[in-house]
Write a protein that binds this ligand. Structure first.
Ligand SMILES: NC(=O)CCC(=O)C(=O)O
Length: 264
């Protein structure tokens, strides 16, 4: 299974419309891949909070139109990263979109853990409530977004639901790059799953992005890692490897669920 991660530069000197066209063209270039992955909130920028309200779009908005067509033109499964979705009752969500090779929107995942503590995404957006997996020929994807990477229980829930490839679009800042790499590897090792973590490059809203998109195998080995600039990573995954790793080193079977709370 061939996967391409497109680490997009999100800089303020490019309009959202031009970036949409440019990214659609990059997706089309990936014909021959099975799965293409884009980063979190690449149209607007994950830290461009002041633009969220104005740039919010419905699920059938301009990013959807461009990505549905790009997926079918390229004939690939496309995890199109996320958009600022204007959802129920006008509320905003950080919503990931997944397309089949015929350009159908087959899954949406609304980010569960919102970043920003008392500002930005955490106060402007509503939280998703649902774990999402996507069945592809030969494997199952588990979806998470950026800050979710810090919450291992979410990933364990995805694994319990059958996920073998954990896909994490992100807009991760350079100043916490060490956490990004460490957490991507940790989620792969503890879940004996592939991790495909696709970040952004460039600088927007004054926040330098880390880049360094990374693919980790179920044994925790880094298969490919990007640099800081815009770049496309291509990697071949073995769909049998998660289950083989789980058979050969069956740590997931040794979980002790339902232990009593500590006594004081
Ligand atoms: N967009 C995000 O979720 C940023 C997460 C982040 O910066 C961090 O977890 O650190």
């Amino acid at each position: 299974m061939r996967a391409s991660l497109i680490q997009i530069a999100v800089d303020r000197d490019e309009s959202i419309d031009s970036r949409r066209q440019r990214v659609a063209a990059l997706v089309r270039e990936q014909r021959g891949a099975d799965l293409v992955v884009l980063p979190e909130l690449w149209p607007v920028g994950a830290f461009a909070y002041e633009s969220f309200e104005a740039e919010a779009e419905p699920l059938d908005g301009p990013t959807h139109d461009a990505m549905a067509k790009a997926a079918s033109d390229a004939g690939v499964w496309l995890h199109a990263g996320s958009v600022v979705e204007r959802g129920h009752e006008g509320r905003l969500y950080n919503t990931s979109l997944v397309y089949s090779p015929d350009g159908r929107l087959v899954s949406v995942y609304r980010k569960i853990h919102r970043f920003g503590f008392d500002k930005g995404e955490a106060v402007m957006m509503a939280a998703g409530e649902d774990l999402v997996t996507v069945r592809l020929p030969g494997t199952t994807l588990g979806l998470a977004t950026c800050y979710d990477l810090r919450f291992p229980e979410l990933f364990r829930g995805l694994v319990d639901a059958g996920a073998e490839v954990l896909v994490v679009p992100a807009g991760w800042p350079e100043r916490r790059r060490a956490h990004w790499t460490l957490l991507a590897r940790a989620r792969a090792v503890e879940n004996q799953a592939y991790v495909l973590a696709c970040g952004t490059a460039g600088t927007h809203a004054g926040v330098e992005q880390a880049g360094h998109s990374i693919v980790v195998d179920p044994w925790g080995e880094v298969l490919v890692e990007a640099g800081a600039a815009e770049e496309t990573l291509t990697v071949d995954l073995d769909p049998a490897k998660p289950s083989l790793t789980r058979e050969q080193f069956p740590a997931l079977k040794d979980r002790r669920l339902g232990l009593d709370a500590p006594r004081h």
